[in-house]
Write a protein that binds this ligand. Structure first.
Ligand SMILES: [Mg+2]
Length: 306
């Protein structure tokens, strides 16, 4: 299927994905507060509002602002935006704070990104956590979503796993949004196979997405055992699980986020990734979409996010 997407349609898809990402992030992070239990969410009891968003949302807002302004990623400008808008108390990891501080004080991003982890570059899940809306924006071209995701990742993540994790999430979001425009619900196995086909086969992320396809229909605990839940905060133990959850619950946003909360681990980030991919497909306030009550409970997005 080929089609032309007008700029306002692209942006609407990206904003739906951002709504899903930010609500997932903000709700997911509530479960790091002592006394909060996944069973409450499963029973329909929501944490008291407001739900503060974290680094996942702050960086995703910069990605969307860049697309709204320029229609594509300019790596120099995106690196500056990440660095200047970083509020460390939002839960950034120490590696991210260091890279963004280097960029803010004048170190070129290729040097700053390469400096992480003894020169190997970061394979953290930070490039994947912020990229879902970008994928939705390029719903007409998963290939363009992949190249733009790579560009958005490189400014902070030099390691092939960190970059491939972002490509995987963006392609999944592009395919999810594309299916929405076509009025289809892609079969989970077909969605995961299509994502895996775009990834560097030498990476663990690629192997993980293939394994995720083999675990469709299996119980959540078994899936977490096999794929991880982000507790190592690297792309390899975050992205395969999130794509399993998104493919499984693609037409049911609340169920998708509940699965992330129940899985434990890096819940704000897994729920942000899954939330972005699923909301690219469902939208907001629709049957199976991001519930408007959840959106209302989320802390308002920054004014510069538009
Ligand atoms: Mg976070």
């Amino acid at each position: 299927m080929t089609f032309v997407l007008f700029a306002d349609t692209r942006l609407a898809l990206a904003r739906d994905a951002l709504a899903g990402l930010s609500v997932g992030d903000a709700l997911g992070s509530q479960f790091f507060v002592p006394g909060r239990h996944p069973a409450d969410l499963a029973a329909g009891r929501l944490p008291p509002a407001p739900w503060s968003w974290t680094d996942d949302t702050e960086m995703a807002c910069s990605v969307v602002a860049e697309l709204a302004g320029a229609g594509e990623i300019d790596r120099d400008r995106l690196a500056r935006a990440f660095a200047e808008r970083c509020e460390p108390y939002r839960g950034y990891g120490p590696g991210a704070v260091t890279i963004l501080r280097l960029i803010r004080t004048g170190t070129p991003w290729p040097v700053a990104a390469a400096s992480a982890f003894d020169g190997q570059g970061s394979c953290g899940n930070g490039a994947a956590m912020r990229v879902g809306p970008l994928g939705a924006y390029f719903a007409d071209s998963p290939a363009r979503a992949a190249t733009q995701a790579r560009a958005s990742a490189e400014v902070t993540h030099g390691h092939p796993e960190g970059i491939t994790g972002a490509v995987a999430v963006a392609v999944a979001a592009a395919l999810a949004a594309r299916a929405r425009l076509a009025g289809e619900r892609p079969a989970p196995a077909r969605l995961l196979a299509a994502v895996a086909a775009t990834l560097d086969p030498a990476t663990e992320v690629h192997h993980g997405v293939r394994r995720a396809a083999g675990l469709l229909g299996r119980p959540l605990a078994e899936v977490v055992d096999a794929l991880g839940n982000g507790s190592r905060v690297v792309a390899q133990d975050t992205v395969p699980f999130t794509l399993w959850a998104a493919a499984t619950h693609l037409d049911d946003y609340p169920a998708a986020v509940r699965a992330c909360v129940e899985a434990g681990g890096d819940v704000d980030t897994t729920a942000a990734i899954v939330g972005a991919v699923v909301a690219a497909h469902t939208g907001v306030g629709t049957p199976g979409g991001v519930p408007t009550a959840w959106l209302a409970a989320r802390e308002a997005l920054p004014a510069w996010a538009g």
